[in-house]
Write a protein that binds this ligand. Structure first.
Ligand code: SF4
Length: 256
């Protein structure tokens, strides 16, 4: 797939994840080294089992990280890359964010970089989807604050005045025959996903919501598009619609 990818953007997260992984290995090895005499005293087998478990944990994480790197940089899909993403998401992601905060890198900067990593991984999926299997999920903050229409209940309540991006996005979804909805939070997003069972999601959100959403809906593939916030967070945000259209052009298998 040929999404618009910010290739430089992903390097911050990948670089910090590598440093985090090395630090984790050093710290856990030192911890084991300190407690191992005590473990030996309790039971010799216990010390050996804990060391083996630690080694397996390292191997899984190293393999996962290497596969994420290879997938991102060679832009080739590896058969076991999905396993790698699980290891990366579940273990390395939260620790990297934590480490980033300690050294003064903002959470949002790291989350943004992580969205680029995710999109680079999506780019390598050599699969297209039927239009009806694709869902566009939007945040409520795209709606103009001057608009009283209840578009969260049904996005088609939008009167199409053009004051915000919603009307253009509805037209885009109709043109490509894909489903579209507004999710006011993680719970609603999950409900929409359970109801419609999409195979591919294009999600628009801020850094925090997008990263939470990516993790929540895993293993459904998600192409993340960050919204822009000219008036600050959560109010009258905008989105570059060409990014969504480019993604649609590239993933729909049954274009008319
Ligand atoms: S485009 Fe739709 S949602 Fe946006 S302000 Fe106009 S009517 Fe409201």
């Amino acid at each position: 797939m040929d999404f618009e990818i910010n290739t430089k953007g992903k390097n911050l997260f990948l670089g910090l994840a590598t440093v985090t992984l090395l630090l984790m290995m050093v710290i856990t090895t030192l911890l084991w080294w300190f407690v191992s005499p005590r473990l030996h005293e309790i039971n010799k087998l216990l010390a050996e089992i804990s060391l083996t478990a630690l080694r397996i944990f390292y191997i899984v994480l190293i393999l996962g990280t290497v596969l994420v790197y290879l997938t991102c940089f060679l832009e080739k899909y590896f058969l076991i890359a999905r396993f790698a993403v699980v290891a990366f998401n579940r273990v390395l992601f939260p620790v990297t964010i934590f480490f980033g905060r300690i050294i003064g890198i903002s959470k949002d900067k790291l989350r943004e970089s992580y969205v680029h990593v995710n999109n680079a991984l999506m780019k390598t999926i050599n699969k297209k989807f039927k239009a009806k299997e694709i869902f566009i999920l939007l945040p409520h903050c795209l709606q103009s604050t001057e608009c009283d229409l209840r578009i969260t209940v049904d996005i088609n309540n939008c009167a199409g005045c053009g004051k915000c991006n919603i009307s253009e996005l509805i037209k885009l979804a109709k043109r490509y025959n894909v489903k579209i909805a507004i999710a006011t939070g993680g719970t609603l997003a999950r409900r929409i996903i359970i109801k419609h069972k999409p195979k591919f999601i294009i999600a628009v959100a801020c850094q925090r919501d997008l990263v939470d959403g990516l993790q929540d809906v895993f293993p459904i593939p998600v192409y993340g598009v960050l919204n822009e916030r000219p008036e600050g967070p959560c109010i009258n945000t905008i989105v570059d619609i060409t990014k969504i259209e480019t993604a649609l052009k590239n993933i729909i298998s049954d274009k008319k």
